[in-house]
Design a protein around this ligand. Structure first.
Ligand SMILES: Cc1ncc(COP(=O)(O)O)c(C=O)c1O
Length: 363
């Protein structure tokens, strides 16, 4: 077996691979399949008693060598007890909600969450008898003021999907822990490379692997990483009960992307900052929302808890926000900075500003 060094770049490159189980070929071959055969009933029954992270495979829906490899890598990178991979990032958002909430419960959602998460909170969960409430993403330890006797879960996302507030994750997680409230965070923006929420006290970490981990816009996939055994077993139980599934081809494609995650993300980080600084230098831009810029109101929190930054440098300012209501006026600009040469992006933006200025002066 491999001896794995612990640096995250090295772990991204090597962790969970086992070439010598596959004739020395570096990557795990793709195992498509539903039914798994056993020679005897005893073998099947004993396989079904073993932990699905380690034991023999029993049915395609429950796991295959490709999904297991990806789950083990996700758990390793986040420092969790286990992970569950599912068919999309959105399924990774809904799974911990459905696994931890029941009729009569109250759940808190950051007001800055991803749009479809908001839809789950506003429309789907209330239909199932769950009371939901949005809180100010900058609430910090003040989250305790929202706790009720029936509060069961807090959903965090940092930075917020469109408005980019950085949350005080350790303060919220610690307040939740004293009351036995489950915390789940959507960590898609940071990935485990730039923020590991379990180290800050969070119970469940959600990833849309569709984005940076897979990296090529050719698959959808999600993962939830659990801090401890009990959370992992609960997630796995519900994933099976709801029929969640991650296709082995997609898992292998995602793993291929993850091996180069650090290189790509560092490039995204540098390019996004270059574009952000350009935008800050333009008189036309009132405000650039990017937590790695010293001008960002939560820059100090970002510096304390994150080890890097990724994309999106300015944001949609027309928000349907309630806690607190969004009052800012102005045009919208949300930029997802890719792997293009940042000089090309900047010159494209510069010519757009010039054209807009010409159009305004002609009008
Ligand atoms: C923050 C965040 N969470 C979750 C998702 C959902 O991912 P998917 O598109 O794989 O369902 C997205 C997708 O844009 C996202 O930006």
């Amino acid at each position: 077996m491999y001896q794995h060094p612990t640096g995250i770049g090295t772990r991204l490159a090597h962790e969970t691979r086992n070439p010598f189980a596959h004739h020395g070929f570096v990557n795990t071959p793709i195992h498509r399949g539903s039914t798994v055969l056993f020679k005897t009933l005893d073998e099947l029954e004993s396989a079904m008693r073993v932990d699905t992270r380690r034991g023999p495979y029993t049915y395609g829906l429950i796991g295959n060598p490709n999904s297991r490899e990806l789950e083990l890598l996700c758990a390793n990178l986040d420092g969790g007890a286990g992970a569950v991979v599912v068919e999309s990032g959105l399924a990774a958002v809904s799974l911990p909600l459905l696994a931890n909430l029941a009729a009569g419960d109250h759940a808190l959602f950051t007001d800055s969450c991803y749009g479809p998460t908001r839809h789950l909170a506003k429309s789907i969960l209330p239909r199932m008898g769950v009371e939901t409430e949005f809180y100010d993403p900058r609430v910090g330890a003040g989250i305790a003021r929202h706790f009720r006797a029936n509060t069961k879960l807090i959903l965090l996302e940092s930075p917020g999907s469109l408005t980019f507030e950085i949350q005080d994750v350790p303060a919220i997680a610690s307040a939740a822990r004293t009351r036995g409230i489950v915390t789940a965070i959507d960590n898609t923006w940071a990935t485990p490379l730039f923020m590991r929420p379990i180290e800050h006290g969070v119970d469940l970490v959600i990833h849309a692997l569709t984005k940076y981990q897979s990296g090529n816009s050719d698959i959808l996939l999600g993962a939830v990483v659990a801090r401890d055994e009990a959370h992992w077993a609960n997630l796995k139980h519900h994933a099976e009960a709801h029929g969640h599934y991650a296709h082995p081809d997609d898992c292998a494609t995602c793993l291929r992307g993850m091996r180069s995650l650090e290189v790509r993300l560092r490039r995204h980080e540098a390019s996004a900052l270059e574009v952000a600084r350009f935008l800050e230098s333009r008189a036309e831009v009132a405000r650039v929302l990017h937590p790695a810029l010293p001008s960002h109101p939560d820059h100090a929190l970002w510096k304390r808890d994150f080890t890097g930054s990724s994309l999106v440098v300015a944001s949609d300012l027309r928000q349907s926000r309630v806690a607190p209501p969004w009052t800012e006026e102005g045009a919208l600009l949300r930029l997802q900075i890719g792997l293009e040469d940042p000089r090309d992006l900047i010159s494209d933006l510069a010519q757009a500003f010039d054209r807009a200025a010409r159009a305004a002066s002609d009008a």
